[in-house]
Design a binder for this molecule. Structure first.
Ligand code: HEC
Ligand code: HEC
Length: 301
């Protein structure tokens, strides 16, 4: 038992949780988390689609002049399953729509062949790249029968969480440098960081940082978040790699991204006797009389 308590205090685990207001999707495991397409690319591609393609490939139900884009994607991805082949095939068709290259004969019969128009090749390639990676149904709020690709959201969320974290980290570093840890105490509120990432804004995203042992009681992990923190803690105990997680909570996608403590954190979250300077400690205690966020230690390795 005592062992358990010691272990529980051994490292701090916090979690940034990302709340995005979109419709239901089922949960899925995390796989490869390296973003293959940057937020910038995604954003440009969406703009290009809106400008050049959605006049006919209307994302929403209603009078359509062409099949919805996610159906186009579904057809192509079946046949062209690598990024390279997929981009090539889409680009080839779009630059020169032609009866012989039609892969969707049903759509062609229904809507007629896609009219030829002049598109910039690089732009079409970017669109195709986006289509390859995008979680189309989710992006366009389509009700669909393939509601299981959430890896894109996990990635987007990760990027947003990391961006926010690094913005906070930079401010914090600068503040500590300028006025010491005690002077930096006030800079630690994540609410003070506006989300400037346009993808985050477009997705109506909220970022928060929570802990099971919070300093600010407003940052107390809720039940779901605590469950995740416990999971992460167990993962670390087993010596395994921690991974973020995406879940649907009350119809919203929520991504959880664990933050592990590093040495810098201990100036304000470490052992109050040995690691936190008394001037910093008293500042913290006056601002946060119910502080629980001390006694963190570094993940041993
Ligand atoms: C003026 C209307 C219109 C616009 C604008 C348009 N499309 Fe299409 N597109 C169609 C129609 C109609 C079809 C279905 C018939 C067909 O397959 O040719 C189609 C089919 C497609 C197909 C599948 C072709 C096949 O059958 O294999 C792809 C890929 C495609 N469009 C991509 C795009 C992209 C990317 C853009 C924007 C850069 C775009 N389209 C803009 C009308 C349009
Ligand atoms: C300069 C002092 C200082 C440093 C350094 C610092 N923090 Fe904090 N931390 C705070 C304060 C103050 C709060 C309360 C912020 C608020 O009111 O939202 C806080 C809040 C948090 C929270 C939100 C939950 C809670 O306890 O309220 C987490 C998680 C957290 N810190 C983790 C870290 C990590 C991880 C590091 C190192 C990368 C770190 N902190 C470095 C002072 C600090």
């Amino acid at each position: 038992m005592t062992n358990f308590i010691r272990i529980a205090m051994f490292f701090s685990i916090a979690s940034v949780s990302l709340v995005s207001c979109s419709e239901n999707k089922t949960d899925n495991d995390t796989e490869d988390l390296t973003p293959k397409i940057t937020l910038q690319e995604k954003e440009t591609a969406v703009q290009l689609l809106e400008k050049n393609c959605y006049s006919c490939h209307t994302p929403n139900q209603g009078a359509r002049l062409a099949p919805p884009m996610f159906k186009v994607k579904d057809h192509y991805i079946d046949e062209f399953d690598t990024e390279e082949k997929f981009i090539e095939a889409i680009t080839f068709f779009v630059l020169n729509p032609n009866e012989e290259n039609v892969r969707m004969p049903g759509a062609k019969n229904k809507f007629g062949l896609m009219p030829k128009s002049v598109f910039n090749e690089a732009n079409v390639k970017l669109i195709a790249k986006y289509l390859f990676y995008a979680d189309m149904e989710a992006d366009f709020d389509e009700q669909s029968s393939h509601p299981n690709d959430t890896s894109n959201y996990l990635e987007i969320g990760k990027e947003i969480a990391l961006t926010t974290k690094s913005a906070l980290g930079k401010q914090l570093f600068a503040a500590i440098e300028k006025s010491g840890a005690h002077g930096a105490v006030e800079f630690c509120n994540i609410e003070a960081i506006p989300i400037t990432d346009s993808m985050a804004v477009a997705l109506n995203t909220k970022v928060k940082r929570v802990s099971d042992l919070p300093r600010n009681p407003n940052n107390k992990a809720n039940e779901m978040e605590s469950t995740f923190i416990d999971e992460v803690r167990n993962t670390i105990l087993k010596g395994e790699e921690v991974k973020p997680k995406l879940q649907i909570v009350n119809g919203k996608r929520v991504g959880y991204y664990p933050i592990l403590t590093n040495g810098m954190c201990l100036q304000c979250h470490g052992n109050p006797e040995t690691q936190i300077e008394s001037i910093t400690l008293s500042k913290i205690q006056s601002l946060y009389p119910k502080d629980l966020a001390i006694g963190y230690s570094r993940k041993s390795n």
